[in-house]
Write a protein that binds this ligand. Structure first.
Ligand SMILES: Nc1nc2c(c(=O)[nH]1)N[C@@H](CN(C=O)c1ccc(C(=O)N[C@@H](CCC(=O)O)C(=O)O)cc1)CN2
Ligand SMILES: NCC(=O)N[C@@H]1O[C@H](COP(=O)([O-])[O-])[C@@H](O)[C@H]1O
Length: 204
């Protein structure tokens, strides 16, 4: 089975990056993590990538660029220069510009800590808790111009407990994220999918 070359874009703790790298190292996920880009210099994802021996680990400071489009254009050039076939957002906390999405349409995926389409945006866990839902979870989806609105590849649910706070609920969601993301990447490479309207139809 051939592997796919991917880039991971992250802004924070990097736990999803870590489980992907661990799955690759264990031969459980046929991807080649060629490049990691972070938009924050204090992102632990940078240390995780370096420790795992990722060849290209790059911090780009948004303040060094004249707006979102220019920052995204630099990211795009890096992705092309390193021949990345898939772009995997793993806690990447910037909204991607329409020009970036157009350039890589159908090749960008994201993991989001809610059962989309409920609770889009940067505060999904807090919003679900405040709403009083009894079930939450995580979603892996294709990324397009609509924030957290792209076709859904996979989802996993968790219960919301009466004594949950943001951190306890997020911790339970991340247990599922850390299973779902590597498994979905593996399925994307090994099986593939087609899209009918909004629906993702897996090849097997
Ligand atoms: N064009 C798209 N870009 C991104 C998507 C997407 O679906 N389409 N998914 C997000 C990931 N994400 C939630 O899953 C998300 C990330 C960031 C934000 C946000 O409001 N960011 C603010 C800045 C927030 C901050 O700096 O604290 C912003 O960029 O102005 C919402 C949702 C990744 N990008
Ligand atoms: N809207 C985007 C968003 O909230 N994404 C969430 O950020 C966390 C990153 O964790 P990590 O840095 O430990 O992988 C994850 O829970 C992911 O679902």
């Amino acid at each position: 089975m051939s592997s796919k070359s991917i880039a991971v874009m992250a802004s924070g703790r990097g736990s999803n990056l870590k489980v992907i790298l661990d799955a690759v190292a264990a031969g459980e996920c046929p991807v080649d993590v060629r490049l990691v880009i972070c938009d924050r210099g204090d992102a632990k994802a940078l240390d995780i990538a370096r420790a795992a021996g990722v060849a290209n680990v790059i911090y780009l400071n948004p303040k060094d660029y004249d707006g979102r489009e220019q920052f995204d254009a630099e990211c795009a050039d890096l992705l092309d220069r390193h021949g990345c076939q898939w772009i995997v957002l793993a806690g990447y906390m910037r909204i991607l510009s329409s020009s970036f999405v157009r350039r890589f349409r159908g090749r960008i995926i994201n993991i989001h800590p809610s059962i989309l389409p409920a609770f889009t945006g940067a505060r999904a866990v807090e919003d679900a808790l405040a709403y009083g839902v009894k079930l939450s979870g995580c979603t892996v989806h294709l990324v397009d111009e609509v924030l957290d609105g792209g076709p859904i590849l996979a989802q996993s649910i968790v219960p919301v407990l009466d004594d949950d706070n943001r951190d306890s609920l997020h911790a339970r969601i991340q247990i599922e994220e850390h299973k779902l993301y590597p498994a979905t990447l593996k399925r994307m490479v090994e099986d593939g999918f087609t899209i009918e309207g909004r629906r993702v139809i897996w090849a097997s």
